[in-house]
Design a protein around this ligand. Structure first.
Ligand code: ANZ
Ligand code: ZN
Length: 867
């Protein structure tokens, strides 16, 4: 026994070269074969990858390799989500061109990914910042424009009054510009929007059919789309003295049943009613200014203390002329939802209650649990909101008293509709998607503004609208806007001097159709219809939960929009979705609080740690998401160098269920490395065993090994299908143990059938491990005497006979009463069973020495003895 240690450092690169040279992973369309498209969310080229980034690529790779072995024509591409702010910030801070910065990162990261031995079709690589890609994106934009899926309107942006620039939400930190530190203002700007709301209903109902998506993601999408059924109606308004005004106040509500609990109305500070009263009300003017400095983030608005200013007008209660409701401008009412105006019912809405308590407004409960007493039911500092399925009744509500909530809603809606005062309506939280960005490093929006012709799309023949190379980044604002010549062009329609659009597209646009581009990545058109018809939808999409809402929603919108423009005939881009957990790692700090890389510390037996270079004590904190800023990252180069890729892949797959976070530890990677070595030893030992099939029946030992191997094969296949990689790994461990003992026995005794079975089991072990640890699997396969490549060979057939348990357990009754159990071979015939039954203690006792009258054998189920 002279098996050498498996040397990953030479063997792994060798197989990567072999796969490369044989173009094993290059996908070709082939209508005669079933396709399988597996895709991991493509990376942003931010610098370097750490081992944590690798986990989802490795998972996708296991699926790709497995499906390939299963006979599918597999598409598994890779590309770069390459536009975005960090490149532009690098340009500002480090004076490198965004393109240079981006492509440098791409080449570093491409090399790193290649280390992982992923079965990717690199011939399809795309980078969204490449003119070949964004040219096609501009073409799609032009088509969307023609199909009324894009439009322009005024909308709010975050404005930095010092830098004179628009800020993205993430550039606003605590209400201030990230560079200037100036208090951000809200400004109106003409912006481009994708009409995603056209598909609101369809995007919602489409979720029902996505049964290979996690429920939590579907729920998040549902909530984001936020369909609600309510009532839009208007109040008559009067002035301080009770004179009826011409204006009306239209509100949207989902709780019209609570109309008798209304104690005020509120409009958004941007509502026309508030705007129109600003000049006569200095408090209101100040309030509006403060509101503007909150910026455009809904989240911030939600967090801010609820405040308002009275407008000096009153809403007349629609059903009770004696009640009038003061109207406020309030900072919690959004101009962009419903009508930008509400009636407030403090007893049953927490925001309204906080507001009412602050301004001393009445709190009238109008809904209560059925078993409470209306006379004493009160609301304190917590609004009463009924829970799902709770039995409630309307109170203090005139003609609604005694009704349930739905009955009340129905009654109010009918009366309002009869009065011509309102209509039942459906509202969506979903807004059209604003895609205008005032930045350089993005896809230019391909339109031209002409004083005579208006907005003119750039003719397709003139695409792409290329980014100018000679942009400068030394002053704030949009470099495209500053560029001396770029925006000055002739109008494509009339030829007069005109201006190019200087906005670029939100980078979410780039990632909304890349999966379609991968089907025909070098096409002159955005997509080849025949290619997308063949490859789409993506069968298995894998990525982080952080993209559960926007990215997936935008991609679903884009697919529908492309369908409308004739580019494809599907609505849903991703048939299966998997959201994987992150890789986490402990963090280390020196006494000054500086973060340390894991390789900078030394661990003692007792778990304490010191800085290797200085011997200072290290503060060890619990594992969290690997991130550059905390230095708790491990580089793939280092791991590959020390343990090999296969060990790293194995560890990433084995440690934890794939949807959960997994902690990267030294012990874990070492354990994975030992398994790789173990497989190697088993293979070497198997080679030394005779591989000639022995004559005669296999021994029981041999059968047991075969059963274990085929069961494992069948389970591992199923586990990979269901992406339960850690369970698959466990089955492989188990089989390795069984083989280990069988091998020892086979070497001792002269059981030829056991030797043959063991060898077969080792081959199967290698084949079923191949999707996970492909390098050692290939090397082992060769060692076992095969000259085909494992990456090209089919998944082994399960011998179904080996899955059947060879014995069964039958309950045995005497005169209908269970007396014993019989364990017997599955192929035993009725006579054998009858004979065995009579030998059982329980049966003998029950019969008391007498002979049975009859024995009824229900095959595979039960035996009944009639005494
Ligand atoms: C009266 C009422 C009473 C409300 C009550 C709630 C509870 P969803 O389900 O999300 O559609 N609303 C309407 N427009 C708004 C806006 N522009 N900004 C902030 N809030 C707005 O929510 C609809 C409810 O949100 C509406 O029902 C309205 O308040 C509020 F006990 O009307 B409700
Ligand atoms: Zn013109």
């Amino acid at each position: 026994m002279t098996a050498e240690r498996y040397n990953a450092r030479t063997i792994e690169p060798k197989w990567q070269r072999n796969w490369d040279e044989a173009n094993v992973f290059q996908a070709e369309e082939d209508a005669s074969r079933p396709k399988y498209y597996v895709l991991e969310m493509f990376p942003y080229p931010s610098g370097k990858i750490h081992i944590g980034h690798g986990r989802n690529y490795v998972m996708g790779d296991v699926v790709a390799r497995y499906k390939r072995a299963r006979g599918f024509n597999v598409l598994h591409p890779m590309g770069w989500d390459a536009f975005g702010l960090p490149a532009e910030n690098a340009a500002i801070e480090r004076k490198v061109h965004p393109r240079e910065w981006t492509y440098d990162n791409i080449s570093t990261m491409r090399n790193q990914l290649k280390l992982l031995g992923l079965s990717l079709d690199w011939s399809r690589e795309i980078a969204t910042c490449h003119p070949d890609y964004y040219a096609r994106q501009q073409e799609l934009f032009v088509d969307f424009l023609a199909n009324d899926l894009v439009y322009r309107r005024e909308s709010d942006v975050n404005w930095d009054p010092v830098d004179h620039t628009v800020l993205a939400n993430e550039q606003v930190i605590d209400g201030r510009g990230w560079r200037s530190g100036a208090v951000v203002e809200k400004r109106k700007l003409s912006q481009w929007f994708f009409r995603i709301t056209t598909f609101a209903e369809d995007l919602l109902s489409g979720l029902d059919d996505l049964d290979r998506w996690p429920d939590k993601v579907r729920l998040m999408q549902r909530n984001w789309i936020g369909r609600s059924e309510g009532l839009t109606f208007s109040f008559d308004l009067e002035d301080e003295d009770g004179n009826l005004l011409d204006e009306k106040l239209t509100v949207y509500t989902t709780r019209h049943d609570t109309i008798f609990g209304a104690s005020f109305c509120a409009v958004s500070p941007d509502h026309p009613l508030a705007v129109s009263r600003e000049s006569v009300n200095p408090d209101l003017a100040t309030f509006r200014k403060e509101f503007a400095s909150l910026g455009t983030s809904e989240e911030v608005i939600e967090r801010t203390e609820k405040r308002g200013v009275q407008l000096g007008v009153y809403a007349r209660h629609p059903f009770d002329r004696s009640v009038r409701l003061p109207v406020y401008a309030a900072n919690f009412v959004l101009m962009t939802y419903g009508e930008g105006a509400i009636f407030g019912c403090p007893a049953h809405d927490q925001r309204d209650l906080d507001f009412a308590r602050k301004y001393g407004l009445p709190v009238i409960p109008v809904v209560m649990p059925k078993d409470e007493d209306a006379a004493s039911f009160e609301v304190g500092n917590e609004a009463y909101v009924q829970k799902e399925g709770e039995n409630t009744v309307l109170i203090n509500s005139d003609f609604l008293n005694g009704m349930s909530v739905p009955e009340g809603k129905d009654e109010v809606a009918s009366r309002m509709e009869a009065q011509g005062r309102g209509e039942r309506s459906v509202n969506f939280r979903l807004r059209d998607w604003g895609i205008s960005r005032q930045r350089y490093w993005g896809c230019p929006i391909p339109v031209i503004h002409c004083d005579d012709c208006g907005v003119v799309a750039v003719p397709k023949a003139d695409l792409p609208v290329r980014l100018p190379d000679d942009a400068t980044f030394d002053k704030p604002g949009n470099p495209l806007e500053h560029h001396p010549t770029w925006k000055h062009v002739a109008c494509p329609t009339c030829g007069k001097p005109a201006r190019r659009e200087t906005d670029t597209m939100d980078t979410f646009v780039d990632s909304s159709w890349y999966f379609a581009r991968f089907c025909s990545p070098r096409s002159d058109a955005p997509v080849e219809r025949s290619s997308v018809d063949y490859w789409l939808p993506v069968d298995q999409y894998i990525g982080g939960i952080e993209h559960a809402i926007l990215h997936l929603l935008y991609a679903r919108f884009f697919t529908r929009a492309m369908q409308r423009c004739g580019y494809a005939d599907i609505a849903e881009p991703f048939a299966g979705l998997f959201t994987q957990g992150m890789v986490v790692h402990e963090t280390y700090q020196d006494p000054k609080g500086n973060w340390l890389f894991p390789e900078e510390i030394t661990r003692a037996e007792d778990g304490s740690a010191t800085v290797t270079a200085t011997g200072e004590p290290v503060k060890v904190s619990p594992a969290e998401k690997m991130s550059k800023s905390k230095r708790n990252v491990v580089s793939p180069e280092e791991i590959v160098d020390t343990y090999g890729v296969d060990a790293a892949r194995w560890f990433m797959l084995s440690d934890t269920p794939p949807e959960r976070d997994s902690e990267w530890t030294q012990a874990g990677i070492e354990g994975a490395w030992r398994l790789v070595q173990r497989i190697w030893r088993l293979v070497n030992e198997a080679v030394e065993l005779a591989d000639t099939a022995p004559d005669g029946d296999p021994s029981e030992d041999a059968l047991n090994v075969r059963r274990a191997a085929h069961k494992a094969l069948s389970k591992v296949g199923e586990d990979i299908e269901r992406l339960r990689f850690n369970v698959a790994v466990a089955h492989i461990y188990e089989l390795a143990n069984t083989i280990g003992s069988a091998m020892a026995k086979a070497r001792e005794g002269g059981d030829g059938s056991l030797a043959a079975a063991t060898r077969e089991a080792v081959e199967l072990l290698v084949q079923m491990s191949a999707p996970m640890v492909p390098h050692i699997a290939e090397e082992s396969w060769t060692l076992l005497g095969h000259d085909d490549m494992l990456a090209l060979s089919p998944w082994p057939e399960v011998d179904a006979a080996m899955l059947v348990e060879d014995s069964m357990v039958l309950p045995v009754q005497v005169n209908g009463k269970k007396r014993d159990e019989l364990t017997i071979s599955r192929d035993a015939d009725a006579q054998e069973i009858e004979r065995a039954v009579l030998e059982l203690d329980g049966v003998r006792k029950a019969l008391g020495g007498a002979a049975p009258r009859r024995i009824i054998v229900v095959p595979q189920r039960i035996v009944n003895v009639v005494a």
